[in-house]
Write a protein that binds this ligand. Structure first.
Ligand code: DX5
Ligand code: ZN
Length: 218
């Protein structure tokens, strides 16, 4: 399946109405639902823990993609798996044993993703490509929605695509995706685009058609 997937980040949704927001984006063409977990330590912001992810899960009919921006990761893997994550993505910078972390994610029956901050070289994940279903290249410094795309990451995506070769591994991009930046990373080899502000801007559960137009524009 070579189609491009759009994964709206509910970081830009109305936090008081996740059920309605998820139903709206799924009805409007979202392929996955991207959940940004932040701990105020690995990144300078706080969002959701496992109980909230579990509550969100009841509303997701597509695929729940859980992006952990937390350190350490390992003590929380089982809780996020039991909360209903389909995929759990951990940052290579979050600890000294990413290989162990990815094995634990798969042992918990979830798809496994590994993520790199903009400043982290690709070589840091060369040894785990046989343990992952997805590599997430961050195109902003993680922590907040609505930041500007960092163009130096385009070449990293291109080199990652070559490094992956024939392996069935998704390349996900997160941060600053717009109708202008999305084609650049797709051309370089990305196939899953996370977008927060570009999906939710201008719309609401009362005017969900805007979400559809925003997804279509991406
Ligand atoms: C950033 C998060 C992103 C964020 C993207 O730390 O991982 O998923 O919500 O937001 P936009 O699309 O607005 O850059
Ligand atoms: Zn994210």
């Amino acid at each position: 399946d070579h189609s491009i997937k759009i994964a709206p980040s509910i970081l830009s949704a109305d936090f008081a109405n996740f059920g309605g927001e998820i139903a709206a984006i799924e009805a409007q063409g979202a392929d996955w639902v991207h959940v940004d977990v932040m701990d105020g330590h690995f990144v300078p912001n706080l969002t959701f823990g496992p109980p909230l992810v579990k509550a969100i899960r009841k509303h997701v009919t597509t695929f729940m993609d859980v992006h952990l921006m937390i350190a350490p990761v390992d003590p929380y893997i089982d809780a996020f798996a039991e909360a209903g994550s389909d995929m759990i993505t951990a940052h290579v910078e979050a600890g000294p044993h990413i290989h162990r972390t990815l094995q634990a994610i798969r042992a918990a029956d979830c798809k496994a993703g590994v993520s790199l901050n903009p400043g982290t070289p690709l070589e840091s994940i060369a040894h785990v490509l046989d343990l992952v279903d997805m590599v997430l290249i961050m195109t902003v410094n993680p922590g907040f929605g609505g930041q500007k795309f960092i163009p130096s990451q385009i070449d990293k995506v291109r080199r990652l695509r070559a490094m992956i070769g024939d392996r069935p591994i998704h390349i996900q991009i997160d941060g600053g995706m717009t109708p202008q930046t999305a084609p650049m990373v797709v051309e370089a080899g990305a196939d899953v685009l996370v977008a927060g502000s570009a999906v939710f801007m201008g719309g609401s559960v009362d005017s969900p058609g805007v979400y559809g137009e925003n997804i279509a524009a991406l």
